[in-house]
Design a protein around this ligand. Structure first.
Ligand SMILES: Nc1ncnc2c1ncn2[C@@H]1O[C@H](COP(=O)(O)OP(=O)(O)OP(=O)(O)O)[C@@H](O)[C@H]1O
Ligand SMILES: [Mg+2]
Length: 250
């Protein structure tokens, strides 16, 4: 049995230059682990460095010090093993159909180099996210929620080791959001893909995640790691309590 975490973030520090004289310290000594099949939610004040941390894990941004390990190996440049899903709905290629949007990266990256096989895999994912019947539709013919379903299917078709999601459902209505939360959790579980989810919603964190990491601010640091081990308090209660105590809820 291999107990190596999928992602291990070790003592990450990051500052941005604000102007000639000033640096802004954004992340201080961030350490966290994500196991295979685990969905971890990351919550914290606006501006505490959540997106920056995701971008560092993805390889879009470089940390000043510390390490990101993916399956035990240094991860420093973007790769198909750590894919990011964003909040906005314009992540799809407008000139390609739903099917084309999922097939294209499979062929372009040569992850599935044969067109028929790429199509087969894409159609399976389209079914998983409930978009059967819309294979030939173009992005402009889809609702926001449907576009996010395509983005989820496209990312998961590439079978990353981890899916990094930055408030992916924040712009959706309540009902669509609830459906997509459950569906994304389900397909991640089905394909054994770990996930790190940034959210401002305690409810979303507790619906989707096995573990909630709470960040403090100025600079961003890990304030608490909450999980379902405590029998006397649900993950939702613990998360709500911590978020209220830190003042980023109600
Ligand atoms: N490329 C950059 N250059 C300079 N400063 C940056 C850069 N990226 C982020 N920052 C600053 O780093 C801090 C953290 O930003 P970040 O986007 O990571 O926060 P966040 O926790 O995702 O916030 P939100 O919840 O509002 O999305 C902010 O003060 C932001 O202005
Ligand atoms: Mg952000």
């Amino acid at each position: 049995m291999n107990n190596l975490p999928v992602v291990s973030v070790q003592n990450i520090n990051k500052s941005f230059r604000q102007n000639e004289n000033n640096m802004l310290e954004v992340l201080r000594d961030i350490t966290l682990e994500i196991s295979s099949n685990e969905i971890v939610a990351l919550i914290g004040h606006s501006g505490c460095g959540k997106t920056t941390l995701l971008r560092i894990i993805c390889g879009f941004e470089k940390q000043d010090s510390g390490l990101v390990l993916l399956d035990g190996e240094k991860h420093t440049i973007p790769s198909k093993n750590a894919l990011m899903l964003f909040q906005n709905f314009n992540q799809l290629l407008p000139w390609k159909t739903v099917l084309g949007n999922i097939v294209h990266p499979l062929l372009a990256t040569k992850i599935v180099p044969i067109k028929d096989e790429a199509k087969k895999r894409a159609l399976k994912l389209i079914l998983d996210v409930g978009l059967n019947g819309f294979e030939k539709s173009y992005p402009h013919q889809l609702s926001g929620g449907m576009k996010q379903r395509v983005a989820v299917a496209r990312a998961l078709a590439l079978q990353p080791r981890i899916l990094l999601m930055d408030e992916p459902f924040a712009a959706l209505d309540n009902i669509t959001r609830g459906v997509l939360q459950k569906l994304t959790r389900h397909v991640c579980e089905k394909y054994g893909i770990a996930a790190l989810l940034v959210t401002h919603s305690v409810e979303e964190a507790s619906v989707m995640a096995d573990k909630v990491v709470v960040m403090g601010k100025n600079p961003g640091y890990i304030k608490a790691v909450l999980n379902n081990d405590l029998k006397d308090a649900s993950l939702e209660k613990q998360t709500r309590f911590t978020a209220e105590a830190l003042g980023f809820l109600g």
